[in-house]
Design a protein around this ligand. Sequence first.
Ligand code: ATP
Ligand code: MG
Length: 826
Amino acid sequence: MAARSMQYLDELNPAQREAVEHLDGPVLMLAGAGTGKTKALTARIAHLLNTGRARPNEILSVTFTNKAAREMKTRVGRLLGQPAEGMPWLGTFHSICVKLLRRHAELVNLKSNFTILDSDDQLRLLKQLVQAANIDDKRWPARMLAGVIDDWKNRALTPDKVPAADAGAYNNKGVELYAQYQTRLRELNTVDFGDLLLHMVTIFQTHQDVLEQYQRWFRYILVDEYQDTNVAQYLWLRLLAGAHKNVCCVGDDDQSIYGWRGAEVGNILRFEKDFPGAFVVRLEQNYRSTPHILAAASNVIRGNENRLGKELWTDAEGGHKVKLIGHWDGEEEARWIGEEIDALVSGTSRLAHGRKNVRSVSSEQESERRSKSEYNALKQLNLQENLGTSNLPEDQKEEIRNKFELDEIAILVRASHQMRAFEDRFLTIGLPYKVIGGPRFYERMEIRDAMAYFRLVVSPEDDLAFERIVNTPKRGLGDKAQQTIQMTARENGVSLVDGARIVVEQGLIKGKGGAALRQLIEGLARWNAMTRGPRIEVEDDSVIDDGAAPMRFGAPEHTHIELAQIILDESGYTTHWQNDKTPEAPGRLENLKELVNQLDNFENLQGFLEHVSLVMDNEKESDGAKVSIMTLHAAKGLEFPAIFLPGWEDGLFPSQRSMDESGIKGLEEERRLAYVGITRAEEVCTISFAANRRVFGQWQNSMPSRFIDELPEDHVEVLTPPGLYGGGQTSAGIETRAAEANVYNSPGWRRLQARQGQYGMSQPKETRNTVIDATALASFTLGERVFHQKFGYGGVIGIEGDKVEVDFDKAGTKKVVARFLSAKDD
Ligand code: ATP
Ligand code: MG
């Protein structure tokens, strides 16, 4: 390739430039967030190509996500002024290893068309082995074995290499079962995820010729986010780079957030030992964030003992302090963020006043920005020009300058179940959003499955719902069995549920499948009956004059929230995910819990189902800019002008698990995650917490995250939202309310209250009976007369959380959700 302009070098600072131009031998770039590691790595690829050192297929470049890989390819193309051709070896560890393994499968006794095992099958396979070994899988769940095996694979240990210290794993049977599992996988010509790397390491270790071939082939090796590599990945890299040692790794020990998946931050420290004479570059200038944001992030990460310790600086000036705000509950937090996003987009947000004066945007940054969103940059330029010539009043010009685009804004959550509140809110107000790294809440598999169960319980003729769940979880009702049900239903002109009932009665499906179908059908009938109370014979049937027996039902025995849980449990759906050992399974269970929580906002299942179909229908797919919602883990390496970090509460962030653990390891990883979160922000970083969150349909008080205490006061501005939240209310008012509603009368709540002034926690809204007001709980007092749309008038006889027990004049005693009540004089 002929040498082209090397303008990309001019965009780098001297340290970056050194790292880029130091093409031969090992290079380690160890530097904090936003210092331009990825930028330098990309420039290095461009430089390798531009100087003719390597052809595109001779560069092995590993990134952490496929999205990052795509982005890097585009960026290289831009730096070179033409699309980067080829680059077949730019990808994730897994995507690269699949390609390699297909070429050499026979060396580990596989065929090149091997399949990659899905998690269901993987667990089933392990269960069979566990059973065959006569192990009590209640005490020793197969899931546990799966975890043990994964861990060994992450450490590049084949069964024969598992150290003696691990011999006791899984009731002393772990190693033996691991060996059997590997044999079985080979017989099935299949691999699991961990095998992709493990097999490649094995091949390289045992076939010198193959290794040498690739050592020659991959003349230059580059690795981004190096701090998150596990031992297997590390060995793989060391083997490939072993001969020429042209390997450049970039990382940040403070951003190591995959320890739970076997990543070893020690790999960074080992680098200099394994590659003696490595050229080590430290970058300290941060180009991403304003000084306040940087100071906040640096202060938080200082709380970790185990770190190499680096200081970051920026020559940017001005900018906004990190904003901190407390909310009454999670729903209010979502509502507030929705409103702030609207304000950011219209240029009226006080979070970002004077936005474009924050720093002078250098030409390099301007070109980066363009790559991120060509559209935004063009729009900005047009704006600048128009503003120059227009005779708008200065304050309006200011608003225009302050505008953010939706795709410049992101919400980063600790746990994916937090997303639901935002999605619901954004759907309601029509704010376009996308969920990065996963489908949106109501589109998730587990949510759709659960909803299908609910639909079927509410309306047994919903054939689509039946089709979805008849064999989910697996009941041994395959295609053939399902055809039998379909045919029977058609022949009798009935719904699939009724068809299935006939199938069961007539014994048309034999064996396990038949028994399971019977169980499902009986379950559906039982759950359906639970949506109503017992039938009541009514004497006074003056309303009904058609001669038919009056059909009235008493209050259901279970609330619809309990019913939902019963359905998920008795159908086997909860167990299905509990037994699943994929990394996603815990998240799916959390989402199911969140779904059940969500029901609390509705009177019954039906109302909830209507709500979901309405919000889903409202939503039109638009190609325009969207707000991003993602987990902190998924945000690694990314940057956004405005970031919202909600849910900073002990138990959520840091997670309960990390707090319960003895030792500081888990907590330190959470703190690194906090550092990753804050350092994603360029101009605006807003941290929030809520005093109350619903967990399992129960209100729980939460304390602000301990990480909030670690934010440096000088760089944080505590927001109190006047007006929006019934501002002007005194905290004495809150005390009365707390006393009324005993749920808030806990030590945790009192402590929170003491800190409330400090953190500017918002106060419950005065307004009653608005759909968005989840805090109506305290608005009622014992004995107060109230009105309910469905049950009419009555008197309050009890208050429990946001539920109010009312003795209705006509309908009798019922517990209803507070926000469906209004005071009688309303
Ligand atoms: P992270 O640790 O979060 O992955 P990073 O070190 O990889 O961060 P980059 O994403 O490469 O950092 O860069 C952060 C921002 O700073 C980007 O917008 C990038 O364009 C900009 N930047 C990097 N280096 C320079 C430079 N020398 N001059 C101007 N801007 C730069
Ligand atoms: Mg990066």
